[in-house]
Structure formats: structure tokens, C-alpha cells
Write a protein that binds this ligand. Sequence first.
Ligand SMILES: [Fe+2]
Ligand SMILES: [Fe+2]
Length: 303
Amino acid sequence: MTILIEQPHFGFKVDEKIPGDKKELVLDGGFVVPQTNAFGQTFRDYDAEGERQPGVESFYRINHICQTYDFVKRMREEYGKLNRVEMSIWECCELLNNVVDESDPDLDEPQIEHLLQTAEAIRKDYPNEDWLHLTGLIHDLGKVLLHPIFGELPQWAVVGDTFPVGCAFDESIVHHKYFKENPDYNNPVYNTKYGVYSEGCGLNNVMMSWGHDDYMYLVAKENKTTLPSAALFIIRYHSFYALHRSGAYRHLINEEDKENLKWLQIFNKYDLYSKSKVQIDVEKVKPYYTSLIEKYFPAKLKW
Ligand SMILES: [Fe+2]
Ligand SMILES: [Fe+2]
């Protein structure tokens, strides 16, 4: 890995990380959609009084207040330069090993486990779609934005559900009430149904709240991946639950988005429900994923 330049300072307070403690349970077997998450609750239940619930709610409060149109524009410009690090996809997987996503009520395992659990579960059910296996492996790599090399962005600027900025915040977005404190909420340019957009303009023309999804999309695209457009769509919108789960914002999508959305909905099942205490033997599956990385990406990428 080559570190190219020093990080600029954004003036953020660095959030405390939850250290991932190693779990013993090693299971071998097929993908079965479980009823409960690793904490014994239903998946994505943001009201359940679990050990992570208060942290998750305060995470969304600050996320909803700070993700404004101007903030997203600045972040896309800054991180779109891709002038921080040169590394391979696999090196990035390893870099993520100590990162824990505080917004996720279902998971407190190191990210590499989640990446491989997702990829392996897809591989089992869709053995011929190798692009989808690789998409599973890389979809969360943008979380490296939490790492000191990338300026150690705060959790609210990296993880959690994403949503369009520049138009009204839909009520289906988790903890919607906190948008009332977002400056865009009272700005007539941004607070109408269409805001700065138009009917069927296509998601490619819509700015999404800043986080690991859009960042990894930029990395893949700018490094000239040969992955199909459905893969890029999955990477870019996999946290856009208001669209792919609740059906909101359909007035902004175009025909290509509609096609890609079908793959995203398939993918989401694996992203969400493969989170468990099942551990994958990394060394055993590594050669397969390395071969996919070689097929679809250059050896070194700019990040
Ligand atoms: Fe993600
Ligand atoms: Fe994920």
C-alpha cells in the first residue's frame, strides 16, 4: 500500500470505535434466512431496546442534522480526487478488519467477516454470477473512510441508511423526526417533493447523503472496473432503504434504475441476513476472490 498524501482536516470530532471482540462459534452450512440478528432481535429493528439501540439512535440524529446538500457536494469533490492511497482491493479488505459500523443494530463483527459472509451466501445461491460474488465482497469497502488514512471521518459521514439530498426527506427514512434540525429542511429550494430534480431524472443525477456507498462507487468507476452497471448500482445504493425497501423516491428513477433495482433487491437479502456469528475461513476462500478481483479490477487502485 502506498500512502500518497496527508489528510486534510474537516474539523470533525472523531467518534469512539467499538472494538470487535472475537466470537468462537464456527458453523459450516447453507444460507438460511434467520429470524433474529446476532443480538436475538429482528433485523433492522431500530426501536428494539437492545444493547446497541441508544447509540444507533443518536447516530441517526447527528447524521440527519449534518447531511445537507452543501456538505455532500463538498465531500464528493474532496474524496472524488482519489489522491489518498494506492492499494489493491484485497489490501482494502484487510484494512477494514478493525472497523465496526456503529449504525448497524445487527452486527458487531469486523467488516471482513460481513464482506465474506455476504459474498459466500450469494455464491451459494447464484453460482454463475461471479460479478455478484465480487460485488458482495467489495460493497462495503468504502467504510475505509473511517480509517485514519482517510481522515477518520465520523461514523455519521460514512455509514447508516442513505437518502437523497436536494429534495424533501421522505418519512420512511429511519428516525425521520431528526431532519427537522437539518438546515435544508426549511430551505424552499430543497424541501419540496422534487427539490432541485425532475420527474424520472435518474438516480445518476441525484445527490445522495455522503457515505461509504457513494465513495466506493466513485472508486470503482474512476479506477475503470469492468463490473456491469448492476454491480455499480448495488454498490452505490445498497443503503438507500427508503427506495429499495419502502418504495419512496420512485418519481426520480429512470428505466435503467428500474432494471438495476431488481438486482439490488436480491442483493439486499444477502447483505442483511447473512450477518451472523458464522465465521468464514478467509484463507480458504481467498484464492477464488483474488481471481475475481484480477478479472474486474486493476492490480492497484487509487483511493
Ligand atoms: Fe454498506
Ligand atoms: Fe453490507
